[in-house]
Design a binder for this molecule. Structure first.
Ligand code: SAM
Ligand code: SF4
Length: 266
């Protein structure tokens, strides 16, 4: 599908939950966040129906994110439902990897093609501090399992202050090279100030080439990460929400006061 400025839109990112089993310092406050009411969270049936319509209009790339997508109950059921939709060429997930060791195989069997795993440091104490309690060993084992079962190519998302030459990022790079994982660097962003982070080795950050729509766990279709616009798919209608998003997708992102990474999914 084509938006009002002529950009081809073929990528849908679906945030399936605002819940998370970590509390990364740059993403969430230590005490957690005010959680969405369960009653407002889209069901797997609703997500699948919406995705079918998006795919019929030209989406061929779907990414599941969160919050932490692997903490949503029976996430493999959703993957199995989505993987049956004809026309999705790329079905992937962004995860912190904590639950990947146990879920990689069921996810692969359900039809997930590949994973992006977030990893900013290889120092287990720093990892624990940065994620406020995370166990680095679980992520490493999750990556190994994902690789073994063929959730490939595996990509590592590494958040950096400024660039890839920071010592922590260099260590993660050597590790990725050794293990055969790809790596992309994301500059730490401040959503409140609305500063853009350039994704080094990724495709984000260039508004003229933006090909994405985002769906929040409670069913708001967001045409831009750096805008307050969110179209309620339940009240607007699925097809109509997509058409509206194409009409009003901002030419350039400005500032976002209503969302954050943990509910839009980055
Ligand atoms: N929980 C999953 C994870 O961490 O991979 C998926 C959701 S998370 C919000 C998606 C991505 O956003 C992660 O790679 C995370 O590092 C990144 N992220 C979160 N807050 C960020 C920030 N302030 N600046 C840049 N990237 C951020
Ligand atoms: Fe959770 Fe991902 Fe945010 Fe970390 S970046 S707190 S893992 S949602």
């Amino acid at each position: 599908m084509i938006d009002h400025t002529g950009r081809t839109i073929n990528y849908l990112r679906i945030s399936v939950t605002d819940r998370c089993n970590l509390r990364c310092t740059y993403c969430m406050p230590a005490q957690g966040i005010k959680l969405m009411d369960h009653a407002n969270i889209l069901t797997y049936q609703e997500i699948t129906e919406f995705t079918k319509i998006a795919v019929s209009k030209g989406v061929d790339k779907v990414r599941i994110t969160g919050g932490e997508p692997l903490v949503r109950k029976e996430i493999t059921t959703l993957i199995a439902m989505l993987s049956k939709i004809d026309g999705i060429k790329d079905l992937s997930m962004t995860t912190n990897g904590i639950l990947l060791e146990e879920l990689a195989l069921p996810l692969k069997n359900a039809g997930l093609m590949r994973v992006n795993v977030s990893l900013d440091t290889l120092d287990k104490d720093k990892y624990k501090e940065l994620t406020r309690g995370g166990d680095l060993g679980k992520v490493i084992r999750g990556l190994e399992k994902a690789s073994q079962v063929g959730l490939q190519p595996i990509k590592i998302n590494c958040v950096v202050e400024t660039n890839r030459y920071e010592p922590e990022a260099m260590e993660v790079t050597s590790f990725a090279n050794k293990m055969g994982y790809k790596i992309r660097f994301i500059q730490k962003m401040d959503l409140v100030k609305g500063t853009f982070g350039i994704v080094d080795g990724g495709s984000g950050g260039d508004c003229a080439k933006c090909n994405r729509l985002r769906l929040t766990p409670d069913g708001k279709l967001k045409p831009c990460l750096f805008s307050d616009i969110g179209i309620d798919i339940k009240t607007t209608g699925y097809k109509e929400a997509i058409e509206k998003a194409l009409e009003i997708k901002p030419t350039k992102g400005q500032c976002n006061h209503t969302g954050a990474f943990y509910n839009i999914g980055g």
